[in-house]
Design a protein around this ligand. Structure first.
Ligand code: 7PM
Length: 284
């Protein structure tokens, strides 16, 4: 198994004995501030990023388009208008910047501005996505999604969710590699909640190591505050921190090397305790 992830200006160590890296979610879509209807002011976004870094985030994931189930697509110009000032303002923050986008034009712009990783919920399937990332040294997060954000949660169906998601990721990794992109730049993501029922999500979570065994690439897990946590706990989105932390720990225990979370401080604490409990006390 690959022990590092090449990520633009950074080569991230993902050692097996260590805890997973924590990717802090910086959401700049209007939905995250439902009362205003405005997108997040630049100062608020920067303050949030700095806070997550102070809390121990290893990388920052910036999303300019809501991928909430049923959400309408955001036009290219609007996505760039939201993202670019933040990318410029944060590029020297000392942590790798990941951009959550599936649009090749956005990939090109943010990479030219200094972004280190492209996190594509669409698995780099858009025409032009691979050529947009090829000539940089950026990291790629390759995620599985069934159908698209508008329709994915209507009635997700699989004969064998683990085999189908694993097979998809294996095939994408092969295609992306064949396009001339090194495996050392790639990580995979089962895409929790992206065209999956609770049963599908749990089947994937319980079997992450099988997926890792098959694909042999670092795995990123994103369950933070998602409806699967709400379905298990019966809690609304603003009360899902403890459930989300538990999910991040379980993903770590099943071999995830990066966890994508909103609640950085709580997750880092929990992962430190998890890590400490796995090793000799003299090593702390
Ligand atoms: C509204 C609802 C906004 C849901 C955003 C979301 C993942 C991701 C997202 C993930 C990777 C969220 C989602 N989820 N990228 N982007 N993996 N790689 O809950 O699971 O954060 S967006």
């Amino acid at each position: 198994m690959q022990e590092y992830l090449q990520c633009g200006r950074y080569r991230l160590a993902l050692g097996k004995a260590d805890r997973p890296l924590v990717m802090g979610i910086l959401n700049i879509t209007p939905d995250s501030f439902s009362d205003s209807g405005q997108f997040m002011p630049l100062e608020a976004a920067l303050a949030h990023a700095e806070q997550m870094i102070a809390e121990g985030a290893d990388m920052i994931d910036i999303g300019g388009e809501s991928t909430r189930p049923g959400a309408p697509a955001v036009p290219l110009e609007e996505e760039l208008r939201r993202l670019m000032p933040i990318v410029y303002a944060l590029r020297d923050c000392g942590k790798p910047l990941s951009i959550d986008t599936y649009k090749p034009e956005v990939m090109r712009e943010v990479l030219a501005a200094g972004a280190d990783m492209i996190n594509d919920i669409n698995g780099f399937n858009a025409p032009g996505a691979l050529s947009a990332v090829k000539d940089s040294d950026c990291g790629l997060c390759i995620m599985h999604m069934q159908r698209d954000p508008q329709t994915m949660q209507a009635s997700p169906q699989y004969d064998d969710v683990l085999a189908e998601v694993t097979g998809y990721l294996l095939q994408r990794v092969e295609n992306i590699h064949a396009a001339g992109i090194a495996r050392g730049r790639m990580c995979i993501d089962p895409g929790f909640g992206f065209g999956k029922t609770l049963a599908h999500n749990l089947e994937l979570l319980k079997n992450l190591e099988k997926m890792l065994q098959a694909v042999q690439l670092p795995l990123l897990a994103g369950m933070s505050r998602k409806s699967m946590i709400g379905a298990i706990t019966g809690k609304p989105v603003e009360e899902r921190m403890a459930g989300s932390v538990a999910a991040a720990l379980m993903a770590a225990a099943h071999g995830a090397r990066i966890v994508r979370v909103h609640d950085v401080a709580a997750t880092v604490d929990a992962l430190k305790v998890w890590q400490a409990s796995r090793m000799d006390i003299s090593a702390i």
